[in-house]
Ligand binder design. Sequence first.
Ligand code: COA
Length: 259
Amino acid sequence: MTYQNILTENNNGILTITINRPDKLNALNKQTIAEVGQAFAAAEKDESVRALILTGSGTKAFIAGADISEFAAYTTEEAKELSAHGHAVFNAVEKCPKPVIAAINGFALGGGCELAMACHMRVASENAKFGQPEVKLGLIPGYGGTQRLPQLIGKAKAMELLMSADMIDAQEAYRLHLVNYVVPQDQLLDKCREILTKIMAQAPIAVSEIINTVNAYYDKNQDGFQLEINQFGRCFSTEDFEEGATAFLEKRKADFKSK
Ligand code: COA
């Protein structure tokens, strides 16, 4: 598939999706969000993709937010449509059955912080900065920020960041559990690959069921405990379970087939 605003590269099963509008600090316009959605849909189907990294082009920004110039004159109806589309794409990122890490290489503001939060894990470079500055524009976050930020860092700190528009640095984001690791910028992608390589050595169906069941904890319409019982059972009917258990008993490394 050809894209205008993103780059994709599959490196040994790890697909890196790079938001590529560096002159606009990778701000998310509608086209870019649609392309992220298309890339994730394609990655889900593509058996050669085992894991994903989402990052931004250049050394300054991951994503500096939604493209303000695009929505500056929107009506309420247009804004709701924009938000609903973003929600659909970000939910698809969160529900991706393959592990997704946001490699946050600079500013992650507004929609950028929201997209990072939709990923399963986050690794930040030392220069990364996080914030939800929407209130400065007379807005609230529109791509899940009011929901995912309290999930990740707790209600009180989320309230503070959302209402104050404060920007925090990578160390503070680490302290608040917003990111898993902080590393020098030139080690950012390597750190993400290191984490994903470990995960890719595990049984893929079990990994996708971890994503599925952990997500259920945050979904008010699902009983995560019941889902765990069901999906634990499902794992027993996979060839990968047979292989994993046999390999353990035979004291060898398992060779999983995702079956
Ligand atoms: N939407 C549209 N364009 C954006 C953008 C956004 N969210 N963020 C940055 N840009 C553009 C700037 O307009 C500028 O474009 P120009 O060169 O055509 O004028 C370019 O990216 C570079 O940004 P600039 O502001 O000059 O860089 P800076 O280093 O001085 O400041 C930021 C960096 C991130 C602090 C600043 O760009 C900013 O505050 N951006 C908006 C953040 C925001 O409010 N996001 C939430 C949106 S809901």
